[in-house]
Design a protein around this ligand. Structure first.
Ligand code: CP
Length: 337
């Protein structure tokens, strides 16, 4: 992808110093030690998928910085958008995403896009086609509000949350990123992004998932490279005890299997043997008083027990709050002077 302009697509486009600076600004905004203004700037948010946190926190971030924000739900309060290239548009789609990108770019100083993987063809999805169209045609900075591959704003808020608990230097901090059970094959953007972010910060990562739930090699290889640069470590295991032992952070998320991609029924059959992949008190006891993290929304009783998410070890609401502060910092990085 052409990253010439100041886009925010993945944390792995940024150095540890740049991410640290953005988190520092976010922290100062949170503690009201600084005031920033984006007065007169305009942001358009286009959602191709639902959201609670991302939509609310981006809208409030822009408004609290004094800027303008317009939010559109594709196919709801806009025309139904066609995302395939070269289509004869004789179906239900009324406007091509390329035309929408060109128009929205004329109105705004930056555009935020949420476009999940469609879940049928991974080779197509992994190219992040909607983000790519906006980068090519909008002519303004693009902010990724979760694509097939990345959820950078979530990862930035996650690192900010871990730093609030353990301090700025996260090198060598034992962190468990664990797969959890779910009824649906969910997108991989969150596990991809937290793996990349923890690698940039040199953490001792235990990546725990059952067989057939490995992430795409393009992400794993990039994370390994980033870990080498930062002096971190990545251990991939399907052994839950090994993965949780002595950890300081448990980051839970469910995602779909690449091996069952587009085969939901087959995957649901396979998952019948994976119901024990829930973060509960027993697993948390294996850790070194770890904090529990999840990006939300979360299915209680399936991904995490009530006792864990409602405990004093749970930092899920700090993560959600930090989305607001981190995104203000991202917006100022992109649109500020
Ligand atoms: N974590 C997150 O992105 O939440 P939403 O899907 O509700 O925006």
């Amino acid at each position: 992808m052409n990253r010439g302009m100041k886009h925010f697509i993945t944390v792995s486009d940024y150095s540890i110093e740049q991410l640290d600076r953005m988190i520092d600004v976010a922290g100062k905004l949170k503690s009201k030690k600084t005031e920033l203004s984006l007065k007169g700037k305009t942001l358009i948010l286009l959602f191709l998928n639902p959201s609670l946190r991302t939509r609310t926190s981006f809208e409030l971030a822009m408004k609290q910085l004094g800027g303008w924000v317009v939010t559109l739900n594709a196919g709801g309060d806009t025309w139904k958008l066609e995302t395939e290239e070269g289509m004869v548009m004789d179906g239900t789609s009324v406007e091509h995403i390329k035309d929408a990108a060109k128009v929205l770019g004329r109105y705004a100083d930056a555009v935020g896009i949420r476009a999940f993987a469609k879940g049928e063809n991974w080779e197509k999805d992994k190219k992040d086609p909607v983000i790519d169209v906006f980068i090519r045609y909008a002519g303004v900075p693009v902010i990724n509000m979760e694509s097939s591959l990345y959820h950078p704003n979530q990862a930035l808020a996650d690192i900010m949350t871990i730093q609030e608990k353990y301090g700025k230097d996260l090198k060598g901090l034992p962190v468990t990123i664990t797969w959890a059970n779910h009824v649906n094959p969910l997108p991989m953007a969150v596990p991809n992004s937290i793996l990349l972010a923890c690698s940039i910060f040199g953490m001792d990562i235990r990546f725990v998932c059952p067989a057939k739930y490995d992430l795409d090699t393009c992400i794993v290889d990039r994370a390994q490279d980033l870990s080498v640069i930062s002096g971190g470590k990545i251990t991939v295991t399907d052994n839950i005890s090994e993965g949780f032992k002595g950890s300081k952070v448990v980051y839970a998320k469910s995602w779909g299997s690449l091996q069952f991609y587009g085969k939901k029924k087959e995957e649901q059959k396979y998952r019948k043997n994976l119901v024990h992949w829930i973060v509960d008190d027993g697993k948390m006891k294996l850790t070194d008083n770890a904090i529990f993290m999840h990006c939300l929304p979360v299915r209680r009783g399936l991904v995490v027990s009530d006792s864990v998410i409602d405990s004093s070890s749970s930092f899920v609401y700090d993560e959600a709050e930090n989305r607001l502060h981190a995104q203000k910092s991202v917006l100022y990085h992109i649109l500020g002077v």
